[in-house]
Design a protein around this ligand. Structure first.
Ligand code: PLP
Length: 428
């Protein structure tokens, strides 16, 4: 790991951590969280940072939102766990009833779990149960999680899958990445769609579901053309395949709409949510129509799903989104950042692409604008400089920096972050 400017307490904690915590975790750099407030976080040595990572898109309302904390405190006095698979309880029902008001009306029922990967496992099993088909299809560069079903769908970094074979029956096809495609948008979308249809035919349409991130997250914040997402829907309809969208990172107003796929005016059959939906507590949700969610008692269940604390935090988070009409700020601040970044792109040969919707924004670093070679080293150095200068950002894809700040980020704080970002570029 690259050594950033790091205080004594942080270094001490990292030593303790190295002794007892699994080395499989992917620590980006030497930042050790102490506490946070709004869109700012403090490390163990009390250094202040502006947070453009939001705990990987979890902390949509930033840190210490009183509305959410009060809801959690209230539930604390009434019990933490009941075993929602075995007994009935109001809180999870209330949460799902509320959530259903935020999503397209073909989605009628939910299965509750504790993480993104579990929401995908559920979707995969449900699709297989309902269709009685064997295969699933997902996309190259996609990330859907790390348990066996979701890992079978994932095709992001080699290290995720190495030595873990065999996987479940999944075929991967190319996502429509227009920046990396030599040609126009339509051609790019059509090529991917042709490959998708060819793959379905090769599998003799024994395909239960196509798993799709409407914007690829870990893969590099890749925004596909509208015609691609619409085309995937049309192919699903043609072959009677379920469209399962992974909104774990892109959902919950991150792109201005509650579901990112709404930007493409496409209705999904299954939706997977997690991260922001639990307001900082572990919560996974898989949504579908009653017709699709037709499996029988015992075919899928869990112990901790429907956690009373997580559902309370989830209810408060959804209500707060609505109360402050969070989507307005997401679009406002998002467009403000995109405009500024597009200006930087003109000035810097190393910035190959700037893209995004709302507050899901990616900056792709290249060797130069013509050859578009992935400039991984440059990206990494910008990330570390940002950390040293007081801005928390994360990488994505091969050479992308992602901005996924709390959705409450205002333009004045965004401006501070952008100044730090530019300073960090100039220092290289
Ligand atoms: N799907 C997407 C799009 C993700 O970004 C992630 C995590 O980053 C996951 C699934 C897996 O979620 P979790 O880490 O909660 O299992």
């Amino acid at each position: 790991m690259y050594k950033t400017k790091t205080g004594k307490r942080t270094i001490e904690l990292i030593k303790r951590d190295n002794r007892v915590i699994s080395p499989s975790l992917t620590r980006e750099y030497e930042f050790a969280f102490k506490n946070g407030s709004g869109v700012y976080v403090f490390d163990l040595d009390n250094k202040k940072y502006l947070d453009f990572a939001a705990g990987v898109a979890v902390n949509a309302l930033g840190y210490n939102n009183k509305f959410v904390l009060n809801a959690i405190k209230k539930q604390l006095n009434n019990g933490l766990h009941i075993g929602f698979s075995d007994f009935y309880c109001e809180k999870p029902v209330e949460f799902v009833e509320l959530l259903l008001k935020f999503v397209p009306n073909n989605l009628e029922k939910a299965f509750l779990s504790n993480s993104g990967t579990e929401s995908i496992e559920c979707a995969m099993k449900m699709a297989k149960w309902h269709t009685r088909r064997k295969w699933c299809i997902s996309f190259h560069n996609s990330f859907h999680g790390r348990t066996y079903g979701s890992l079978s769908l994932t095709d992001s970094k080699k290290v995720h899958k190495e030595r873990f074979e065999p996987f479940l029956p999944v075929k991967h096809v190319h996502y429509a990445d227009t920046f990396r495609y030599n040609g126009n948008e339509e051609e790019c979308a059509n090529n991917s769609l042709n490959e998708l249809e060819k793959t379905i035919n090769e599998l003799r349409n024994d395909v239960a579901a196509i798993f799709l991130e409407p914007i690829q997250g870990e893969g590099g914040y890749i925004v596909p053309p509208i015609s691609f997402i619409k085309g995937v829907r049309e192919i699903c309809d043609k072959y009677n395949i379920l469209l399962a969208v992974d909104e774990v990172q892109s959902g919950c107003y991150r792109t201005g709409k509650f579901l990112c796929i709404e930007n493409f005016k496409v209705k999904p059959d299954i939706v997977c949510l997690s991260k922001a939906v639990g307001g900082g507590l572990p919560l996974g949700v898989t949504l579908a129509s009653s017709e699709i969610m037709d499996w029988v008692s015992g075919s899928h269940a869990n112990t901790m799903g429907g956690s009373l604390l997580a559902c309370s935090a989830g209810i408060a988070t959804l209500n707060y989104f609505k109360k402050i009409k969070i989507w307005n700020n997401v679009i406002d601040t998002g467009n403000f950042i995109l405009n500024k970044l597009n200006k930087l792109k003109k000035e810097y040969e190393f910035i190959g692409d700037v893209r995004g919707l709302g507050l899901m924004i990616g900056i792709e670093f290249v060797d130069n604008k013509k050859n578009k070679w992935y400039n991984v080293d440059f990206r990494d150095r910008v990330v570390y400089n940002c950390k040293n200068n007081g801005l928390i950002v994360l990488g994505a894809g091969k050479s992308v920096i992602r901005f996924c700040p709390p959705l409450i980020l205002r333009k004045k704080d965004a401006e501070i972050g952008l100044k730090i970002f530019e300073k960090s570029l100039k220092e290289i």
